[in-house]
Design a protein around this ligand. Structure first.
Ligand code: PLP
Length: 403
C-alpha cells in the first residue's frame, strides 16, 4: 500500500486540529453537547430565505449563480459599506473592504498575506482555536498576552512592545470573546489603538459575535476608533447563518489589496448566491427584524445556564459573565484535569471543550469552554447537573483521581 504520509508538508503537523474536527462532528446520541459555537437553528430566518433564494435563482441567476469579482459583487459591497456606516459610525472607502468567505477565510488570508515562518504575532490567552490553528499552520511564533474580566491586558502588551516585541499583528476578539465570553472595555479599546498606533503594529480585530449582545448595545469597534491601524474581520455566520459562509475584511487599503491578492489563490471569490442573499435580506430590513429575537434567545439561554451553574457547581468553580454571544469559560479547582475528565463526562452524557486547545501552550487544564447557544434551557440545566456530578465525583476521590 502506498504511504503518502511522508509526502505531507511540515506545516500539516504544526496546525493541530483534532479538537475542531471533534466539535464539528457533533456528539454521540444521548450526550448533551455544550461544545460548538453554533448558532441556534431557531434563529435561521427560513421563510424569508426561502422566498429570497427562489427569487434570486429565477430572476438574478446571471449574477447570483455566476463567479463574482474577487472583492465582491458591487451592489453587495455597497450594501456592506452602508452597513458599516450604520453599525459602526464610519464608512470604509471602496478600497478598504472586501467580501470574504467567512471569518475563517479572513484568518487564512491574513496568514498568507502577512506571515513568514517564525514571524511573531500576538494572541489573547486563551483565544479562538481556529485562529491558533491558522497561525500555527502559517508557522507564526505565537505570543500570548493575558486577559482579565475587561479583556486583553493592554498594559502587559505595552510592556512587551516596550521590550522590543514587533508582532506582525495583535489578534483580538473584543466582544463576547471566543472562548471566554469576555468583552474589551471602552477604556482598553482606546488604550489598545493608541498603543498599537504609536508602535506601528496592526490590530487584527475579529468581530464574529459583535451583533449578538444580550441587550442590543455595543461598544465602538477598534476599526471605527482607528481605521489606519485596524484590520477587521466580520462574519454573517453567527448573526445570519453559517451555511452562507460569508463575511468581510475592512481595513487599510494596502492590507486589503494584499488580502484580495491572496484570495486569488484560495477561492477567487465568495459564493455569489450567498452574497446576494445577505444583500437582499439586509436591504429588506431582515437583520433589524430578526436580531432582537436572536439576542433574546441567547440572553435567556445564558440566564438558564448561569442559574444552573450557581445551583450545581461545587465550591471553587468560577465562570465568566458574558454580555452577549454563545460562550462562557469555566475554571475549576487546580487539581481538576479537565481534558482527562472528558470520557467520564461523555459517559455521564455531557460534552464540553477542554481549555488547552485555546492556549498557545498546553495551559488551562483546569478550565473548559461551555456553549449555551444550542441546547434548550432545560437541557442546559440537565447538562450542568451531569457535569457537576462528574466534577464532584472526581473531587471526592482526591487530587490524583480528579480526571
Ligand atoms: C471568533 C471567531 N472568529 C471566526 C470564526 C469563524 O467564522 P466563520 O464561520 O465565518 O468562518 C468563529 C467561529 O466560530 C469564531 O468564533
Amino acid at each position: 500500500m502506498a504511504d503518502f504520509a511522508q509526502a505531507f508538508a511540515r506545516r500539516s503537523r504544526l496546525r493541530g486540529g483534532d479538537e475542531l474536527t471533534t466539535i464539528l462532528a457533533g456528539s454521540p446520541p444521548g450526550v448533551l453537547s455544550m461544545t460548538g459555537g453554533f448558532p441556534n437553528p431557531a434563529t435561521f430566518p427560513t421563510d424569508e430565505l426561502d422566498e429570497i433564494a427562489v427569487r434570486l435563482v429565477r430572476e438574478d441567476a446571471a449574477v447570483a449563480l455566476q463567479y463574482t469579482p474577487c472583492a465582491g459583487i458591487p451592489s453587495v459591497r455597497e450594501y456592506l459599506i452602508d452597513r458599516h456606516e450604520q453599525l459602526q459610525g464610519r464608512r470604509p472607502g471602496e478600497a478598504e473592504l472586501i467580501v470574504t468567505s467567512g471569518g475563517m477565510e479572513c484568518l487564512a488570508l491574513m496568514c498568507q498575506a502577512l506571515i513568514d515562518p517564525g514571524d511573531p504575532i500576538v494572541v489573547e490567552a486563551p483565544t479562538y482555536l481556529g485562529a491558533l490553528m491558522a497561525f500555527g499552520g502559517a508557522e507564526a511564533e505565537k505570543v500570548a498576552v493575558a486577559m482579565d474580566d475587561d479583556g486583553l491586558r493592554v498594559d502587559e502588551l505595552a510592556d512587551r512592545l516596550e521590550a522590543g516585541l514587533r508582532p506582525k499583528f495583535v489578534y483580538t476578539i473584543p466582544e463576547y470573546q471566543n472562548p471566554t465570553g469576555r468583552t474589551l472595555s471602552l477604556e482598553r479599546r482606546r488604550e489598545l489603538v493608541g498603543l498599537c498606533g504609536r508602535h506601528g503594529v496592526l490590530i487584527f480585530e475579529d468581530v464574529a459575535y459583535r451583533e449578538l449582545s444580550f441587550d442590543g448595545t455595543s461598544l465602538p469597534t477598534l476599526w471605527s476608533l482607528a481605521p489606519d491601524v485596524v484590520l477587521q474581520a466580520g462574519t454573517f455566520s453567527k448573526s445570519f447563518f453559517p451555511g452562507v459562509r460569508l463575511g468581510w475584511a475592512t481595513g487599510p487599503a494596502e492590507v486589503i489589496a494584499e488580502l484580495a491578492a491572496a484570495k486569488q489563490t484560495t477561492d477567487q471569490c465568495a459564493g455569489g448566491l450567498g452574497q446576494r442573499m445577505v444583500e437582499e435580506y439586509g436591504r429588506a430590513g431582515g437583520f433589524e427584524r430578526h436580531l432582537p429575537a436572536a439576542r433574546a434567545l441567547y440572553a435567556s439561554h445564558w440566564e438558564a445556564l448561569s442559574e444552573a451553574l450557581r445551583r450545581h457547581m461545587p465550591d471553587g468553580a468560577e465562570w465568566t459573565e458574558p454580555a452577549g454571544g454563545f460562550l462562557t469559560w469555566l475554571t475549576l479547582p487546580e487539581e481538576v484535569d479537565v481534558p482527562a475528565m472528558r470520557p467520564a463526562a461523555l459517559e455521564a452524557g455531557v460534552a464540553y471543550v477542554p481549555g488547552p486547545p485555546f492556549h498557545v501552550r498546553d495551559e488551562g487544564r483546569n478550565s473548559m469552554r461551555l456553549s449555551f447557544s444550542h441546547l434548550t434551557e432545560s437541557e442546559l440545566e440537565t447538562a450542568v447537573e451531569r457535569l457537576a456530578g462528574v466534577i464532584r465525583a472526581g473531587l471526592a476521590r482526591g487530587p490524583s483521581a480528579v480526571a
